[in-house]
Ligand binder design. Structure first.
Ligand code: ADP
Ligand code: ASP
Ligand code: MG
Length: 406
């Protein structure tokens, strides 16, 4: 008998038929002699609809109240799924994040899981129940409901799998697994049989929403046996592991795109020591995450520094910099939110010279201008105009994955 955690995303539970489909997958696993803990997201666009509802009442609602509201979406899908399983004649119980012992910190709307107290779930499993847990939410030290950030149900599932020492954590979704690029938008995207935690973490952090990046981080830390699989097709999915067999031909695992970023440029900074420290410590103190940084060569005792932040942080970053203009001593700040980051990821690129050059060649042939570049051992990211982002992903993907090119 194995203990299996199965997570089902919003599309997989969008309506009554799909909930019945999910109930069938869960009960098939249970009938095969396994203990099952299922983690569900809110149905379809429920979370977006709730955010809109809140905005109609108060566009500046507190994050605490937003969490109270958004957590209800997952309660609906879980109770409905438990009813569907009862209807099939199997024992099921749905639990909210707090009933399931999901303890988080107090960063409302983007809380981190601190620990999972699994007693209640274990008791229910011992009573032979199928346990259905609300994804995306937990409870903090004030007994307030918190949510884990958009897409956070994957992290709930991995946390439960780690806490329960589950044999397997399956992330059921609306595509057949992890592909070399988003299969909905990129022609020729290929399904990967397996991918390493490190590569998947990069892909998820660089915009591939198929897995919440913190879920991958946690799966790596606790060595969770993780797979991404379709709720609909019955095809084999993709395994995410520490080490993979070298079955893929290409040294690149995937291409990702992130349109949710903005660029700030501080123009006319003094060319003297300590400037970068002052700017980035100011932003860090205000919890603004900075990504790609580019500094120009100093000329005539003046230099420029450009960097990217997440779009939601743009206004706050701009305000902070302008408020500190005199102290930081720059001429003006220039912002653009019409940019996107396109990245290639692959552990194989470490040993393959010329990978970045091939990426730049594809962009050059397509007439796409690169604004900034950043590299690490297993990724290369470029900043391109937002309107060119989709085309950039396609031409880069063709460059590395077309039979003819690769
Ligand atoms: P769920 O609601 O099941 O959590 P998500 O919408 O969060 O589903 O994630 C699945 C989606 O991720 C797919 O429908 C696909 O469009 C997108 N996606 C982006 N990049 C990739 C990739 N490399 N492989 C597979 N899917 C991807
Ligand atoms: N329902 C939440 C969201 O839409 C969590 C999730 O789906 O993972 O972001
Ligand atoms: Mg998701």
């Amino acid at each position: 008998m194995a203990l299996i955690v199965q997570k089902f995303g919003g599309t997989s539970v969008a309506n009554a038929d799909r909930i019945r489909n999910v109930a069938r997958i869960i009960t098939d696993t249970y009938k095969a002699g396994n203990q099952v803990v299922a983690v569900l997201s809110a149905q379809g666009d429920t979370t977006d609809d709730l955010i809109e509802k809140a905005a109609e009442i108060n566009p500046n609602a507190s994050k605490r109240e937003m969490d109270m509201l958004l957590s209800t979406g997952e309660q609906i899908s879980c109770s409905l799924c438990a009813m569907a399983i009862e209807g099939l004649g199997y024992p099921a119980i749905s639990l909210t994040g707090w009933q399931a012992g999901m303890k988080t910190n107090s960063t409302y709307s983007n809380a981190r899981i601190k620990r999972v107290e699994c007693e209640r779930i274990r008791n229910e499993l011992d009573r032979h129940s199928i346990v259905i847990v609300t994804g995306f939410q937990g409870i903090n030290k004030y007994d307030d409901i918190t949510t884990l950030g958009r897409g956070g149900s994957d992290t709930s599932a991995v946390a439960l799998a780690a806490g329960l020492h589950a044999d397997l954590c399956q992330i059921y979704t609306d595509v057949d697994g992890i592909y070399t690029a988003d299969p909905r938008f990129v022609r020729g995207a290929r399904k990967l049989e397996e991918i390493t935690f490190d590569e998947m973490l990069e892909l998820a952090s660089l915009g591939a929403q198929v897995l919440h990046n913190r879920s991958v981080e946690m799966a790596k830390r606790y060595n969770v046996n993780l797979e991404v699989i379709s709720s609909f097709s019955g095809n084999p999915g993709t395994k995410v592991k520490e080490v993979v067999k070298n079955v893929e031909k290409s040294h690149i695992s995937g291409v990702a795109k992130d349109k949710n970023i903005a660029r700030l440029a501080l123009v006319g900074l003094k060319d003297e020591p300590g400037i970068a420290f002052k700017i980035f410590s100011l932003l860090a103190r205000n919890k603004i995450n900075v990504d790609i940084i580019l500094q120009s060569i100093g000329r005539n005792e003046s230099k420029d520094i450009s960097f990217t932040v997440g779009k939601p942080d743009l206004e706050e970053a701009k305000r902070l910099l302008e408020e500190n203009k005199e102290w930081l001593s720059f001429d003006h700040v220039d912002v653009s939110d019409r940019i996107a980051k396109v990245s290639i990821v692959g552990a194989g690129m470490m040993n393959t010279p010329g990978t970045a050059a091939r990426m730049f060649e594809a962009l050059f042939n397509a007439g796409i201008n690169i604004h900034m570049i950043s590299t690490s051992e297993i990724k290369v990211s470029v900043l391109v105009p937002a309107e060119d982002a989709d085309r950039a992903v396609q031409v880069i993907h063709d460059q590395f994955f077309d039979e003819f090119n690769s």
